[in-house]
Design a protein around this ligand. Structure first.
Ligand code: NAI
Ligand code: SOE
Length: 397
């Protein structure tokens, strides 16, 4: 069986999730498309890199990400750094002819995403953006229902992503609150997951009309290191505060190219919500609803049911559902975040080995970055703004 040598850059939250996926993918999907080999991992200094190699099972470590990209043995470069590093690393990896998986959001702006898209397009390498939630079996099942026409023509999409890890104004200012490092706030960090769901399930977004706001305008500065996502606790009173120059809440109306309408809301300041990534879709023949906090379940309702029996019912995903063949043997044993990353790894490896299409790719990441730019422009101007289509910009995409 072929081996694919992985070079991973960044050993924080996503470094952990991706390392788990490389180790576990062949245990779930056997025969695996290829065996992942965890060859080299990069962190910001030699100590952290060596520790990460030991912890995450990599053979080598380095404090210089360029060594990963330049290593002739590396087949796949995995970008799991904060957002400001994505573009430079991706351009170098594409120039070196490496396949690439890049964490979301692909880039801080549409312009940055354009360069990344052109780099992989020119190099002809396999490329994927890590919007893993679409690989939750219940979400893939929702798409199957829609494609099969089970809910008829889609009329609307309501998507939310609500969390509360930064609701406390004393929760630290990490890279996620700085435009330089992240590009935007709730919009790029979690709103992009909803945009991925919207496009995956309903299609292209044609225009947006948005509100962006920043309720908590400064926070105690985090003293370096990976983002603890609020779990480091409240900073003591004397810690210097820094300015939050990104949004902490986004709301936007959506118009889809198909004629469907929709809405998106995202905030990391919603007390009581943890990873409340939801959608509800209404069609001419029925409805579908999903909540990641109950991610084994898909709610479906069909107009064809007798009136006195009509209502949402729950389908528990299991072996009969998308990706179920490799997961657990009976429904509702519990799909976790890790499984979505394992499935992502499986699809990426199939794309590298068999040429199976591997969405979301950098074209999708670029399209989502253009939607984010349009949302930002709309919030500034207080009007509807059209979203340019990557496919139109490039004569067929
Ligand atoms: P994190 O803050 O936990 O970890 C980032 C790591 O990158 C840190 O350990 C940091 O030291 C390292 N790093 C920074 N600069 C580096 C450099 N020049 N060379 C090597 N390492 C470097 O951040 P997290 O949460 O892992 O986020 C990373 C990326 O993943 C972001 O783009 C984020 O948006 C995305 N993400 C995606 C998720 C998903 O569900 N798909 C979940 C969480 C994050
Ligand atoms: C923080 O909001 C975060 O880690 C995001 O960066 C991820 O994309 C999301 O999956 C979980 O929450």
């Amino acid at each position: 069986m072929r081996t694919i040598n992985v070079g991973l850059i960044g050993a924080g939250f996503m470094g952990k999730a991706h390392s788990l996926a490389y180790a576990a993918m062949p245990m779930f999907y056997w025969p695996a498309p290829a065996m992942p080999h965890r060859l080299i991992i990069a962190e910001v200094n030699e100590g952290l890199a060596a520790e990460a190699a030991q912890r995450f099972g990599f053979e080598h470590s380095t404090a210089d990400w360029r060594r990963v990209v330049d290593d002739p043995r590396v087949d796949l470069v995995d970008i799991a750094t904060p957002n400001h590093m994505h573009a430079e690393i991706a351009a170098a990896a594409a120039a070196a002819g490496k396949h690439i998986i890049c964490e979301k959001p692909l880039a801080r702006t549409g312009e940055e995403a354009r360069g990344m898209y052109e780099a992989v397009r020119g190099a002809g390498v396999v490329n994927m953006v890590a919007f893993n939630y679409r690989r939750t079996p219940a979400v893939a099942l929702a798409r199957k229902y829609i494609e099969e026409g089970a809910i008829g023509t889609v009329l609307n999409f309501r998507g939310t992503y609500l969390q509360d890890w930064s609701a406390d104004p004393q929760s630290p200012l990490s890279w996620r609150f700085s435009r330089e490092f992240s590009g935007s706030g709730a919009l790029g960090d979690i709103g992009t997951h909803v945009l991925d769901m919207a496009r995956y399930l309903v299609g292209e977004i044609a225009s947006v009309n948005a509100v962006l706001t920043t309720h908590i305008k400064d926070r105690p500065i985090q003293q370096g290191g990976a983002d603890k996502l609020g779990s480091a606790g409240r900073a003591a009173g004397d810690v210097p505060r820094g300015v939050v120059d990104v949004d902490d809440e986004v709301m936007t109306a959506l118009r889809f190219s198909s004629g469907a309408v929709g809405s998106l809301e995202a905030t990391r300041n919603a007390y009581g919500r943890n990873n409340y990534l939801t959608f509800e879709i209404h069609g001419t023949e029925g409805s579908i609803a999903f909540n990641y906090e109950r991610r084994d379940e898909l709610q479906v309702c069909f107009a064809s049911d007798p009136k006195d029996r009509r209502g949402f019912r729950t389908v528990y995903t299991g072996p009969a559902h998308p990706y179920g063949e490799g997961l657990w043997p009976i429904p509702a044993l519990g799909i976790g975040y890790g499984e979505t990353k394992i499935i992502e790894c499986y699809d990426l490896f199939r794309a590298i080995v068999d040429g199976t299409p591997a969405g979301p790719d950098f074209a999708d990441g670029y399209q989502i970055a253009l939607a984010c730019d349009a949302i930002t422009a709309s919030a500034e101007r207080g009007e509807w703004v059209n979203v340019p289509l990557v496919a139109d910009l490039y004569d067929g995409g």
